[in-house]
Design a protein around this ligand. Structure first.
Ligand SMILES: C=CC1=C(C)c2cc3[nH]c(cc4nc(cc5[nH]c(cc1n2)c(C)c5CCC(=O)O)C(CCC(=O)O)=C4C)c(C)c3C=C
Ligand SMILES: [Fe+2]
Ligand SMILES: [Fe+2]
Length: 339
């Protein structure tokens, strides 16, 4: 019999691939690895949309000479024996979903994960999945609220992965799930559980990663979707108007970003009589540098230094059972007609 180079693929049944993606993280908490990661990340025009002739000299001349050392020191404080928290949680989510899918659908569905920047790269994982016989591919970027900087950029990268291939899989892509019922319920439940143990603060602070205000002025739905997520959780918990607020963290550069800023707000709250807060970050599906170090440590210090007495940090949903069940439901809804 004639031996085909692709005999392995044809011997298998067509399969469904579910690819989870997240932002990515450096390979190590050191200056060289962080510089490599930041260079890739901050060179993406979806993240920083300034004209290249304006941005490239600033990036190479200033940012990449100053930020890597500072960021590496911050990464070192969250790094564990198993590696970067973002990587560990994304891997655990993938394992849990893979387990659920194989219980329900046998080996018809393969679940894997990739990172938009750094490793494992989207190119390597997409290639691996297609080579393993995946003919229908569902991509789920783990960003509940749509931003061009995250979800849009993931779509760009996916297209880049496919453009050099002779054959394309059937494709489905989830652009967001900020109002998904199960995801909202999982957030509300995590707040209830945390408060059952730690009590109820004067204010519950919903903190989302910021983006430049201009991105939203130009049509990105990110800001609205963040407020909608907050509102749905608040409605489910029956919170009063003065017992919660939404803020935006992780400002970068000189431009105006979405307001109110997390750090300024937390510095100001004690002077308004709010001496106890709990912070939750519903825009992050996994704990990472921005949640553990920035909201768990840095902004805790800001709040306490300004007269706050109690600061609670509610962990992200990570690979918790309710979160994984919500993601499984979201995935299965999107696989309709494929299974
Ligand atoms: C420069 C502009 C940036 C935009 C726009 C931006 C949007 C954005 N980012 C996330 C999620 C994450 N960001 C993380 C780290 C991080 N973000 C920026 C800059 C922008 N982000 C930088 C420079 C960094 C690196 C760390 C640092 O030097 O401060 C992370 C954490 C990754 C980790 O390894 O733990 C996440 C997650 C979202 C959701 C978003 C837009 C909505
Ligand atoms: Fe970011
Ligand atoms: Fe940060």
């Amino acid at each position: 019999m004639e031996k085909s180079r692709t005999a392995v693929n044809y011997a298998q049944r067509p399969r469904i691939g579910v690819l989870l993606t997240n932002l990515g993280t450096p390979d190590a908490p050191d200056k060289a690895a962080v510089k490599r990661y930041l260079k890739e990340f901050l060179s993406d025009p979806r993240v920083v949309d300034l004209s290249r002739w304006q941005w490239v000299p600033i990036l190479n001349g200033i940012i990449l000479n100053t930020r890597p050392a500072k960021s590496a020191a911050a990464y070192a404080t969250v790094w564990t024996e198993q590696g970067s928290p973002l990587m560990i949680h994304t891997q655990a989510q993938t394992n849990a979903l893979s387990h659920i899918m194989s219980e329900r659908h046998g080996d018809d569905v393969v679940v894997d994960f990739a990172m938009r920047y750094g490793n494992p790269s989207m190119a390597s994982v997409v290639e691996k999945m297609l080579d393993a016989g995946v003919e229908k591919l569902l991509v789920l970027p783990l960003f509940p609220q749509y931003s061009g900087a995250t979800v849009g950029s993931t779509s760009d990268a996916l297209n880049d992965c496919l453009e050099s291939r002779r054959s394309m899989p059937n494709l489905r892509f989830i652009s967001g799930y900020h109002d998904n019922e199960d995801y909202i319920a999982a957030l509300a439940l995590s707040i209830k559980r945390y408060q059952a143990e730690h009590g109820v603060p004067k204010k519950l602070v919903f903190s989302y990663h910021g983006v430049p205000q201009r991105y939203c002025d130009e049509g990105e739905p990110y800001e609205q979707q963040c407020h909608r997520t907050t509102q749905l959780v608040v409605d489910l918990l029956g919170l009063t108007e003065d017992s919660y607020m939404t803020v935006f963290q992780s400002r970068f550069g000189r431009e105006e970003w979405l307001r109110p800023y997390a750090d300024e707000t937390l510095a100001d709250l004690p002077s308004q009589g709010v001496d106890s807060v709990q912070v939750i970050c519903p825009g992050f599906s996994s704990d990472c540098l921005e949640t553990i170090e920035e909201m768990g440590e840095e902004n805790r210090e800001v709040f306490i230094d300004n007269g706050g007495t109690s600061y609670g940090f509610i962990p992200c949903l990570n690979s918790g059972q309710d979160h994984v069940a919500a993601l499984a439901h979201l995935i299965e809804d999107q696989l309709a007609g494929w299974l």
